[in-house]
Write a protein that binds this ligand. Structure first.
Ligand code: MG
Length: 396
């Protein structure tokens, strides 16, 4: 029994109905591919541990191009090939997770790029009380059944009572849905919930979102762009900055941006004295107007003595997510004569990325000296400055 929550993004279709130049999941919407938008919703979600995209064998290059902005994301697994039908693709995707310690899987169509964080959370929460949980919406339109003629005529009106429209993501326990898919091989079923139903699993419905549309036809791109325009005007960007200083004291290593570096001194402080991570944490808290590190982790409280600073940074990132926001970029400058930072910058960006669940491409670490002037120049201590840029939904 695994322990991780893994999202499978199904992107192996040919998307013939959407017309115009190749599979629809690789087309761009306002400069970013449909696939990247869908995958990022899961990559950026704190309750998702890894993301696997299922692609068509002909689409390796399209995939690399479409996912370039997320390629370095620590949660992104390499893509695997799907099969002839969607159902085959999902089964192959599930088989590919055998060594990934999966407990729960969320299966999502790449062609639904507007899935939001709250819908993903509701599907995960739904799994605590059922064997499957899918996003869905009640049907409000009156439903007609028609004959199969060229100019169809109504045969009857279907009661819409208790009818729901299924969306994705659809979540299941890994072992159970893998077994259900193996058992269903050869049968034609339209979604993963149908595969689960066929094997007798209880699948519950949780609220989807009207914005979580599926791009199926060429016309849908126009609608998707309108939706995107509406969302863009409802977001604002904020910047926060942070500054921190710690003194040196006798020791043999410092910790900066989560990386231990051998040095002739250590940094003095209540926690692990990681000035870089403290400045970054304050920058994030500043951008959302949530006070500073001392408000959340008072130095007077003994439980934070010697604490690893990642606890502070994780808390700041969690506060951003609670507000429905996302960190788009951050920039840290370390000010010291020694130790040398350059050889450790890559490890720092990766470590911060892992803690913040953010691509290292969105994290910058720089260093400078003060030409031997002042307290940093005299090597009495070091300083760190940081900025963080955050995207937040605008208050109505
Ligand atoms: Mg500090």
């Amino acid at each position: 029994m695994g322990s991780r929550r893994i999202a499978i993004i199904v992107a192996a279709g040919r998307g013939a109905r959407a017309g115009g130049g190749g599979p629809k999941q690789y087309r761009t919407l306002a400069g970013r591919s449909v696939l990247s938008r869908s995958a990022s919703a899961f990559l950026d979600h704190p309750e998702i541990d890894a993301v696997r995209v299922i692609i068509h064998p002909d689409d390796e290059e399209l995939y690399a191009e479409a996912m370039a902005d997320a390629a370095a994301h620590p949660k992104l697994l390499p893509p695997v090939y799907g099969g002839a039908e969607r159902q085959d693709s999902v089964r192959l995707g599930l088989e590919s997770l055998k060594d990934q310690d999966a407990a729960l899987v969320l299966i999502h169509d790449a062609a639904r790029p507007f899935v939001d964080s709250a819908t993903i959370s509701r599907v995960i929460a739904g799994l605590s009380a059922a064997e499957g949980a899918i996003a869905a919406l009640p049907v409000f339109d009156t439903i007609k059944r028609a004959d199969g003629a060229d100019r169809p005529c109504i045969e009857g009106t279907v009661s819409r009572e208790r009818l729901w429209r299924a969306q994705t993501p659809q979540g299941f326990r890994y072992n159970e849905i893998l077994a259900a898919h193996r058992a269903a091989a050869g049968k034609v079923l339209t979604d993963d919930a149908a595969v689960a139903e066929a094997s007798g699993m209880k699948v519950s419905l949780v609220a989807g979102s009207p914005d979580n549309m599926k791009i199926t036809q060429a016309e849908d791109f126009g609608m998707a762009e309108t939706l995107l325009g509406r969302k863009a005007t409802m977001q604002e960007y904020r910047t926060g900055h942070g500054y921190d200083v710690h003194a040196f004291e006798p020791g043999d290593a410092v910790i900066l941006c989560g990386v231990e570096i051998a040095h002739k001194a250590k940094l003095k402080g209540h926690s692990d004295a990681d000035a870089g991570m403290h400045a970054l944490t304050d920058a994030i808290l500043g951008a959302i107007g949530a006070g500073d590190i001392g408000d959340h982790f008072p130095p007077s409280d003994p439980q934070w003595k010697g604490a690893p600073s990642r606890v502070f940074l994780e808390k700041a990132c969690a506060l951003v997510r609670e507000r429905g926001g996302a960190i788009t970029h951050c920039d840290v400058t370390l000010v010291c004569e020694a130790p040398r930072i350059g050889p450790h910058r890559k490890a720092m960006r990766e470590t911060l990325g892992e803690i913040m669940q953010l691509s290292p491409e969105r994290i910058s670490v720089k260093a400078t000296t003060t030409e031997q002037l002042g307290f940093t120049g005299r090597q009495e201590g070091l300083a760190a400055l940081a900025t963080a840029t955050i995207r937040l939904p605008m208050e109505e």
